[in-house]
Design a protein around this ligand. Structure first.
Ligand code: SAH
Ligand code: SF4
Length: 331
């Protein structure tokens, strides 16, 4: 493992240098039409207080991202497909683009949508989209999602194809350490990322949530440290396979290991998404328990990241979009 991580770091430094890109994460809302069996935002969970940020709250987060020099924001939420939501996101993307003449890059992570919706958001100014496949094995996908029209493996694949065709830098990813997940599944996931030729990948350990159906299988998953190690191996192998993609060091890494995000960066990841969601809403964006940094203020977060990354020989590239080199080169 030591040699694998060492090699992955060498490959990353050769291709991408020691820069880390930031996306200020805005958790727009936790209303969700889906019912994924692992996630605390699932529609069937009535133990979470639902919220949606106001326009002004979103825009002040974006202005803060700009002031802090983050260069990009990522807007994420539960999945909604109602016209009011679609219009609102389009309008917010346009407003964010007006900040300092379009200096902020915009990543969206708002689930499965129609081609028309993706196109509208792209034309409004969003240029990156994250939609994890969660598992590239159809059988496992249906073990972690209810099998109904709302959760359709093939629709998710089609969404990824559509996003690519529309010109988004498209990102996907999986959770690592799911009940029923084998090393063969994870190997297939890596080959899937390569075959799909994606621009970005986000990988993170699965974290059991008590108010979800998968909680009852929590004894059948690897331990937290095993899930962390598996995630690091996935990141490292993928960095060697796809040297120029952007790879996120997911916050979930830090939940299973206090140094998880730095370890992910040292294993080959090059993007971090510091949370900018206003404090009072953070605990309601309860995707999984014990989320790291929930109580940190954005300025504390920035200092903390600078120090932690310097300690492992990396530095943040401020005031830049930090696009995926794999994508920009192809273009
Ligand atoms: N609704 C959107 C975006 C929000 S969810 C979507 O589903 O695409 C963002 C990610 O959180 C999901 O893709 C999933 O991989 C991750 N997630 C959800 N529940 C989790 C859990 N219990 N442990 C770890 N990651 C989880
Ligand atoms: Fe909703 Fe996304 Fe959570 Fe699934 S993973 S329940 S789509 S927020």
């Amino acid at each position: 493992m030591k040699r694998l991580l060492q090699r992955a770091l060498e490959v990353k430094l050769d291709h991408l240098d020691n820069y880390v890109h930031l996306r200020g994460l805005i958790e727009y809302g936790n209303v969700c039409e889906k019912n994924c069996l692992y996630c605390g935002l699932r529609s069937g969970n009535d133990r979470v207080a639902r919220y949606c940020l106001s326009d002004e709250e979103v825009l002040s987060c974006a202005r803060l991202a700009h002031e802090l020099g983050y260069g990009s924001v990522a807007l994420q939420s539960g999945e909604r497909s109602d016209p009011a939501f679609i219009d609102k996101i389009e309008q917010l993307v346009r407003e964010i683009k007006k900040i300092d003449g379009g200096s902020l890059g915009i990543t969206l992570s708002l689930g499965e949508q129609s081609e028309e919706t993706y196109r509208r958001w792209f034309e409004a100014g969003a240029h990156r989209y994250l939609l994890r496949i969660e598992s590239s094995t159809e059988e496992l996908y249906y073990q972690i999602h209810p099998k109904n029209g709302r959760h359709d493996f093939h629709r998710r694949l089609e969404c990824l194809e559509t996003l690519k065709r529309l010109g988004y830098q498209t990102g996907t990813g999986v959770m690592v350490g799911l009940p029923g997940q084998t090393l063969d599944h994870l190997t297939d996931d890596l080959l899937f990322f390569k075959r799909m030729d994606v621009a970005m990948v986000g990988l993170g350990p699965y974290i059991p949530h008590p108010d979800t159906p998968l909680w009852r299988l929590r004894d059948r998953i690897p331990s937290a440290s095993e899930r962390m190690d598996l995630t690091l191996k996935m990141i490292a192998i993928l960095r060697i396979m796809m040297p120029e993609i952007n790879m996120v060091a997911a916050t979930a890494n830090q939940t299973v290991d206090p140094q998880g995000r730095e370890k992910a960066i040292a294993a080959g990841a090059n993007v971090i998404m510091p949370n900018l969601t206003p404090g009072e809403y953070r605990e309601s964006y309860f995707i999984y328990p014990d989320k790291a940094c929930v109580k940190d203020r954005p300025d504390q977060c920035k200092n903390c990241l600078d120090i932690r990354l310097a300690a492992i020989g990396h530095k943040i590239l401020y005031n830049a979009w930090g696009d995926s080199l794999a994508f920009t080169k192809k273009k």
